[in-house]
Design a protein around this ligand. Structure first.
Ligand code: AMP
Length: 298
């Protein structure tokens, strides 16, 4: 495993690898997993998929300042390089790209990549500017690594929709591969931010996955359940936990993120549905979701 901190070194190395493969008559497939580090089994599952599908696996670790709001947790976002390197090695990563903020943003940047509409809802509404930061840094990283495939977790379902739209609109030559959410045994979705939770908060946070499971069950089992009923079920369960404060709890079409009329029966909706929640547990904001396919609901 090789660790690079400079853009030119990653580029040079990948160019040489591609050239060497071409000389042997092989095409080198590169899989890329962008992360903010403090790696856990959710990240590991992305790396495993990338390892299975590709000849070379590139992992980036970069806590991207421009996707954090002024009062968010950029400064205190957890970082543990040694642990990250051990996990990356264990998962057979070939290249780790670990740039500094100055390497990625050497001067105030004048260009940003912005996806319209899809970013108006859910986390986009709750965190103004967040997705501009995400799409800008993901564009830069895709330009640097030029992978064949890039892996993103459904844990951030809106991010998957936004990045896939960007790649399509800008004709970026990369396949976006969505990967399922990895959870603890008790249902809590893995997140680097779970480290902020006290043991009591960790227990309270279970309400998020529980509420989504229950909402999913209502959608599957109750023929007449409307979009409004699903949201009501979600809200009722989350509000039963005193330590939880809802940021949003919604049902939308996926990946368009269009709203569904409240009175519409869920089983009448064509295509995929996203049930998503963002919840404050103390001072920690956690997100989670489930995606239903029409076949699953009917
Ligand atoms: P982050 O380091 O939080 O920016 O996440 C990097 C990538 O890992 C993103 O594509 C996330 O969606 C994905 N990811 C984070 N947590 C999970 C999880 N519990 N299951 C699957 N993917 C995840």
């Amino acid at each position: 495993m090789i660790v690079f901190t400079e853009i030119k070194d990653v580029r040079e190395h990948l160019r040489a690898e591609r050239l060497a493969a071409a000389k042997e008559g092989r095409e080198l497939k590169v899989g890329f997993v962008p992360t903010m580090g403090y790696l856990h089994e959710g990240h590991a599952s992305l790396l495993r998929s990338a390892r299975m599908d590709n000849d070379l696996v590139v992992l980036s670790i970069f806590v991207n300042p421009i996707q954090f709001g002024p009062h968010e947790d950029f400064e205190r976002y957890p970082r543990d390089s040694d642990k990250d390197m051990a996990l990356a090695k264990r998962e057979g990563v070939d290249i780790v790209f670990l740039p500094s903020v100055n390497e990625m943003y050497p001067q105030p940047t004048k260009t940003k990549v912005q996806v319209a509409e899809l970013t108006d809802h859910l986390c986009g509404a709750a965190r103004p500017g967040h997705f501009d930061g995400v799409t800008t840094v993901v564009s830069k990283l895709l330009n640097i690594v030029a992978p064949d495939r890039a892996y993103f977790g459904q844990k951030d379902a809106q991010q998957v929709a936004v990045v896939a739209q960007m790649v399509k609109d800008l004709n970026m030559d990369v396949e976006i591969v969505p990967c399922p959410i990895v959870r603890e045994e008790d249902g809590l979705a893995l997140s680097s931010r779970n480290v902020y939770l006290s043991p009591e908060e960790r227990q309270s946070a279970l309400v998020i996955s529980r509420s989504l499971r229950q909402a999913e069950q209502v959608a599957r089992e109750q023929e007449e359940a409307t979009a409004e009923d699903i949201v009501a079920e979600l809200v009722r369960t989350i509000e039963s936990e005193p330590a939880a404060k809802i940021d949003y709890a919604e049902i939308r079409r996926f990946p368009s993120l269009e709203s569904i009329p409240g009175s519409m029966r869920v089983k009448d909706v064509e295509g995929k549905l996203l049930i998503a929640a963002a919840v404050m547990i103390g001072t920690t904001r956690l997100i989670d979701n489930v995606i239903l396919t029409t076949e699953g609901v009917k």
